[in-house]
Design a binder for this molecule. Sequence first.
Ligand SMILES: *Cc1c(COP(=O)(O)O)cnc(C)c1O
Length: 435
Amino acid sequence: MKYISTNHSTPAVSFFEAMRNGLAPDGGLYMPAEIPVLPDPFWSSLHELSFQEIAFRMARPFFEGELTDYELRSVAEDAFNYPLKLVSVSDRHSVLELFHGPTLAFKDFGARFMARLFSEQAQKEQREVTILVATSGDTGSAVAHGFYKVPGVKVCLLYPKGKVSKLQEQQMATLGENVTVLEVEGVFDDCQRLVKQAFTDADLSSQILLSSANSINIARLLPQSFYYAYAFGELKKEGAKNPVFSVPSGNFGNLTGGLFAMKMGMPVNTFLAATNVNDVVPEFLAGTSFTPKDSIQTISNAMDVGNPSNFARIQHLFAHSDEAIRHHLKGYSFTDGETRETIREALEIHNYLFCPHTAIGFRAGESYRAGRSGETSVVTLATAHPVKFSDVIEPETGHKIEIPARLKKWLNREKESITIGKTFDEFKSFLMETA
Ligand SMILES: *Cc1c(COP(=O)(O)O)cnc(C)c1O
C-alpha cells in the first residue's frame, strides 16, 4: 500500500515513511492511496473473531509488503492486551467502552499500536529512534504509556512546567525506563517550538534519528477503525438492527476511523458527529460552509477544537463531496449544561456513569433515535473513564468514583523529570548528551 497526502503535492510513500514523517512534506495528512475492501465473509463472521484477530485482518492490507503476517500479528496482540466492552445502557443503545487501557482513554489504542510499529521499524533498520512529543497534558500520557518499555524506541516528552494537572503529571513523569520527561519553563507553545526546531537542526539529525508521534499520524488513525468492526460483530450476536455509531469528537480522528471501517465494507452508513459547543462540523453538516473558529473551553475539554485537523481526511474519503459527507454524518452539539444534565440523568435512570465526552455522544444518540422507528440501534463510543473527570462528575452527582488499580499504581510514584529553560540551546545539548 502506498500513502498519499491530502494536499496531493508530494510523492506517494510507504507506510513506514508516512509514519516517520507524521505530516506530509506538503503540509497535508497521509491517507492510504485506496481503502481496501474486505470480503463479505469477513463482515459476516466478525462475531466469531477476537478483537486481536479482527485488528490483524483489517490491518493486513495496509502493511502489504512491509510487515509479515507474523510481525503484524504480534504488533496487534501486544498492542491490544486489554479488554474492550460493549455495554447495554438503555433500550437498543449500547456504549463501547474504549477506556480499559493503561491511560483510561481510547487514545491508548492508537498510541500502543503506533509504538509497536516504531519498534518494528527500529529493529528492521537496526537503529534506535527517539520520539519527541510536546504535550499540554492529555495526549502525552497515552503516548508515554504506549511507548513505555517498547524496544528500540526512546521517548522524550516536553510539557510546560506547572501547567498540567497532577493526575496527568503522575501518569507521564513517573514511568522512567525509555521515557524521559522534560518540564519546560514556559508555555505549551514553547514546547512545540523546541520540538519543531529540533527536527530542522542538522547536528541533531546527524546524531539521532528523530520522529514525532502526534495525533495526526496515520499509525494512530488506522487502529481506530478496528473497534467499530468489533462492536458491529457484538451487535450482530444480539440481533441488533440498523446500527449507527455516535462519536464524541474533537479533531475527528476517532470518527474518521469509523469511516475507514465503512469504506472497508462494514455495513453501517450513519455516524453521529457529537460535539460540545465547538460545533464547526455540526454547523457544516447543517448546511453552512466549513468555517474554523477559535476554540471555546468546556468541561469536555478533549473536544475543545475549533479547527478539526481530520476534516481534511473526511473530505478526502468522500472525494470532496459535501453532499456525500452530509449523507453519512449527522451533527449534534450540546452545551455544558446539557452535558451535566445527561450525566445526572444517566446515573439516575440507567445507573451508568459517563465522562463528559461520552455523555455528549450518548445524548446525540438518544436525540437521533427520538424521531425514528424502534428498529434503530445506537452504539456510543465511550472515549474516557469517568474517573479522569471526577472534578466535574463528583460535585454533579454526589457519586464518588473509585480509581482503578491500573491508574492508582502511578499516583504514589516518585516523579522522574528534568527541568529545562525554554531556549533551544539547552534542549539541544540535553538531546546531544543523551544520544
Ligand atoms: C481525544 C478525545 C476525544 C476526541 O477525539 P478525536 O479523535 O480528536 O475526535 C474525545 N474524548 C476524549 C476523552 C478524548 O481524549
